[in-house]
Write a protein of this length. Structure first.
Lengths: 335, 335
DNA sequence: TTGTAAGCGTTATCAG
DNA sequence: CTGATAACGCTTACAA
């Protein structure tokens, strides 16, 4: 088994010095086309790939960005809508992306503060997470996407969850519903808190609306369980507002299972506009936020830290408008 | 802005030499508890994190494994079932995991042959991919999961797709169906080819069965389109065997949209047993393969390359049995 | 048990 | 335009 070739081997093969190999392959401006070709050819022949560790050690840059996710988020159909454009935008900026799927703060921190990445995109951060604070302390450029943390000073890009929730709650209230249930996600997620605030703000300010609140994860099972509880209660709600599409689909399933007519007897709404929400059997009325734009703006915020431009202080938070998508799961309450 | 601390800084703070810092923090056996404590304390105080690039450069190991996926796979609900246990098994073996979500061979190769990972788990490999060959040529330990490539010499761990497909086709044939359609995935995926072979083997050997074949991606849209074509044809199939659950759900949706009774008028089967397949509104009859065990076996195959044990030649391929899951979308053909 | 010395492969600096 | 030289931060070998 032959040793993996280094730039020294390429140099010998091409008859140049080792630093010249580095310059030639890096596309350095002041190298003669002749030597560049010779070096390229030799590198090709030997199957030479510059070693990341040597490069990173010397240059103190890895040209790599970590996108931090979590096992929970990996299961959510909304996730790829965020990951793929992030990957693309970072690639366009000359950065490679590695996705970290970790549950614990410690595991994440140990992997992003060891100099192996130039920056971090946080997509699954809990409100109580210590990660943003530690990153700031270590001077690691970072940006939050689709999440906010209470402490200031962390660049973030989010949809206006509160506004989106308020808008769809307004639609439901406007239809005349007075028996409304909310099915929310975990308290540790800013999206859930903000959506809750949006829902509540509208429902409280309207006419006498009786509101029940259930809580769980952003998943199908939560929706099923919530619907079981709500639909077997003595006084059924006539509308169920869910903090995510995954929850709403669970509610829809359980409702149909029980022969409850949606939207005739029951209005159900979601949030996120995952692909399934648009499928014909569901046609879920929901709130859309533009993950692609969210990703692009987040990358912009991150890049402004990586290559700080003079005079252009980037805004700390970008908040994108969320749009209500009216499909077929909403209607006035039964008379 | 202060420089990020190095082991030298810790050494000075703790009043020891720099290599002693390395030994103390690495849990090296022959360090006095006193100095170990002193070093630990100093490191803690300075917020020292050993730099990956220095470590990797010197030790020639990164303690990191790349799990290679693709944007397409990221969208498939089966994906997390594989990724999460892979992550867990690798973590238990002392390796950190980074997920690579790349479409092109070149992008993948450039990231896994630069010494930044000790090994590679390939979860989304096309049959024609050059990646396994290049990895073998570069001497990078690797293993294929849920995929096979034609060339020998690449350790792999897969479900017995052919057997699983044959078994479920046997069930359908046994019910008496003679008008059967197959909706398959891309030709570039071994899973699709093997499932096709399993389906066809049984259907060809049975009594006169008329078989139609459609092809697309492993996704919902493919199922919808296939069902549209098949159900509006003059001679409708009485059973549609799908190469993935995502396809089958699309078929189910379209069938119900058209008021076709499943399973009364139409039998529909899937493959993978994704969580949705078990949801009550679907109750899809399908084939289950154990992603958790697949992941665990794959990691075992990879580890046997990373720490080669004497005398224990690891098998090249592990093939796991696939089980038919009988739910509620199969029945005899209408009379 | 600990310190000294060396070197991993690369990029940056400086002559020439 | 190119070569010699140094240095990045760490782990290993060897000496004390």
């Amino acid at each position: 088994m032959t040793r993996v070739p280094t730039s020294k081997d390429v140099a010998k093969a091409a008859g140049v010095s080792q630093p010249t190999v580095s310059r030639a392959l890096a596309g350095h401006p002041h190298v003669s086309p002749a030597t560049r070709d010779r070096v390229r050819k030799a590198a090709e022949a030997l199957g030479y790939v510059p070693q990341e560790s040597g490069r990173a050690l010397r240059s103190r840059r890895s040209r790599r960005i970590a996108v931090v996710s979590s096992p929970d988020d990996l299961l959510n159909p909304f996730h790829p809508q965020l990951i793929v454009p992030l990957h693309q935008a970072l690639g366009a900026a000359g950065y490679r992306t590695t996705l970290l799927v970790e549950a614990g703060d410690a595991a994440v921190l140990s992997q992003v503060t060891d100099g192996s990445v130039d920056g971090v995109v946080l997509t699954a951060t809990n409100t109580g997470s210590a990660v943003p604070r530690h990153l700031a302390a270590s001077g690691v450029p970072h940006v939050l996407v689709n999440r906010l943390v209470p402490e200031p000073g962390h660049p973030s890009c989010v949809a206006d969850n509160r506004q989106g929730a308020a808008d769809i709650a307004g639609v439901v209230a406007g239809l005349g519903h007075t028996e409304v249930a909310l099915v929310l996600g975990p308290r540790r997620l800013s999206t859930s808190l903000d959506r809750e605030a949006g829902f509540r703000g509208v429902l409280a300010s309207g006419r006498a609306v009786r509101t029940r609140v259930l809580r769980g994860g952003y998943d199908h099972a939560t929706g099923v369980a919530a619907a079981q509880a709500l639909l077997s209660a003595a006084r059924r709600p006539t509308a169920i507002l869910c903090a995510s599409d995954t929850i709403a689909l669970g509610v829809l399933h359980e409702a149909r299972m029980r022969g409850v007519d949606v939207p005739g007897e029951l209005t159900v709404t979601g949030f996120d506009d995952i692909p399934m929400a648009g499928w014909e059997p569901y046609a879920l009325t929901t709130v859309r936020h533009d993950a692609g734009r969210m990703a692009a703006e987040a990358v912009r915020l991150l890049l402004s830290q990586l290559r700080p431009a003079p005079e252009t202080a980037a805004p700390e938070a970008v908040v994108l408008h969320a749009d209500v998508v009216l499909r077929e799961t909403h209607a006035p309450p039964p008379v």
